[in-house]
Design a protein around this ligand. Sequence first.
Ligand SMILES: [Cu+2]
Length: 465
Amino acid sequence: MKKLAISVLVLASLSARADIKGEEVAKLTSPPEVPPPIVRSFNTKVIVKLEVIEKKMQIAEGVNYTFWTFGGTVPGSFVRIKEGDLVEFHLRNHPSNKMPHNIDLHAVTGPGGGAASSFTSPGHETTFSFKALNPGLFVYHCATAPVGMHIGNGMYGLILVEPKDGLAKVEREYYVMQGDFYTKGKYGEQGTQPFSMEKAIDEKPTYVLFNGAVGSLNGDKALSAKVGETVRLFVGNGGPNLISSFHIIGEIFDKVYQEGGASFTKNVQTTLIPAGGAAMVEFKVDVPGTYILVDHSIFRTFNKGSLGMMKVTGDEDKIVYSGKISDQVYLPEGGAIQETPAAQVAVAKTVDDQIRMGKAVFTQNCAACHQPTGVGIPGAFPPLAGSDFLNADKTRAIHIVKGGLSGEVTVNGNKFNGVMPALGLSDNDVANVLTYVYSSWGNSKKIVKPSESKGIKPEPVKLGQ
Ligand SMILES: [Cu+2]
């Protein structure tokens, strides 16, 4: 009787393996890169070797944080396998680490998603295996107590289990993962910042980030694509606490595989990504420009860091998007218009008028990035308040506001490498907003006249090129 039971077991395990041919070591990638699509038509044994590394990295300009990572990055290395593959998972905990760690992969069917079998002390390596039964995009994370702290320190990543027939071909694939971070000091407070358990428990993050740092997808590090290409983003949310309202300013997702599952919804503006969840979003880019990745819980974007960029190059299509066609004075009939001719309303007579009108232009056009008090956001938007760069050269400032700015710029000793778009302002608005900015926050009180703006072509200023 006993003998029969054993041989049934052996048979079962043999038949489970009969469909597995050979073996390979998984190619892992760091964000925002994704391993190439799987081309083999059969299932194999995939050996995944993932190393936990505890290390200090920059979370924002001038701010360091000791992250706990899977593979040395936040989020951790991207793993790509195929439905039906047998995964032999090796978790290594670097000897210089201080904590034990493990891994719970949401792609695993089995208790703890692998957590209990992968508990690993510093200087050890553990192994377990699982069969990828369900296709989809799955989060993995550390599940060692205190779990929230391990996740809050950056211990999460994505594993893609491609369906049997693979995913549709696209031109670009990227890996973006949101996470919330809790530091003792305030947003942007300089130096090395320790983890705050209190803020984490209260769910009051100091930072909400894509790929583990303010500006991780800005400037040179922005994602890129060309007009006409289809882009697929693998978007995860590590949490530990917040739900993401993921949106790209200026794009509509043609398809969203909600919650990383197998079916999709078409024509989506914003998709919810739960903590410990993921989504695949796909879109064709039709017109060039800089598209902004945000958590549409928008204070997080402009005040806590969840702002990424995708730069799309290629030919304009004025039918799909015209750009600003005109800007004319709008005065509804009746009311004040009879007594006040349009010219007087639109054009400032005095410097005080310029400052008053410029403030309105600033609030509508500049404050979102440079902040209402002109202090900017470390690592993303330079300050205008007390900016040595601004105060040094009025003509250059007019150029920037008319045509935008890119390339590396140093403001008060801090480097920025982002893109300021052209805003399409009229010469009056350019003159007024700069006069306002120069008159505020300890700046050099220069006055800019509309005629000075008129003489300057609206072409982007490119630094350091
Ligand atoms: Cu851990």
